[in-house]
Ligand binder design. Sequence first.
Ligand code: DX5
Ligand code: ZN
Length: 216
Amino acid sequence: MKSILAPSILAADFANLEREITMLNESEADWIHVDVMDGVFVPNISMGLPVLEAVKRHAKKPLDVHLMIVNPEKFVEAFRRAGADILSVHLEACPHLHRNIQQIKSLGAKAGVAINPHTPVIDLENVIQNIDLVCMMSVNPGFGAQKFIENTYQKIRDLKELILAKKSSALIEIDGGVNEANARLLLEGGADVLVAGNLIFSSSDPKELIQRLKRL
Ligand code: DX5
Ligand code: ZN
């Protein structure tokens, strides 16, 4: 099934990041997913601009940057300059979401909107035509290796319906708790992009696992 696979380096070995990025370059992964957490929007702090710059120096694949931060308008320009190809902001962190999307597009990046598990898909109704990607959280953001929330399947159906109704070309990205048991079901249900952190980086042979996921 034609799909995009975006390994999340949140689960990578940060002391050997160059080695991890080289592995992804050599693999069949499509994008590299970078999780930025500020300790305010989510109860955890991960990585920021210097790490993205370092990743960019080695990465041969698009960088899909997931901003789990408040006031993203203050930082998107810097993240774009540091190498982000796709920038997703959280709907719940953006009272002026339409403006945030315009700003990202004006920087020449692809614009994504991430939604938390409790956020209804219909909240995207007035922006779905303006965006390239919906990052649908299938765990509560903040940590890797959490359990997949089953209600996500229904939300994918709702989102697919909204995308068709509005003639949007937005891709549906599923982020959190993706594993070998649910990956195929998610793609069959309408997902276009799968993010996977723990699954890939805890594997003894990540490249082979990536190949398996690409062949689902
Ligand atoms: C969670 C992050 C995810 C996370 C996914 O806040 O947005 O991208 O890295 O990790 P796994 O695949 O381990 O659930
Ligand atoms: Zn993410």
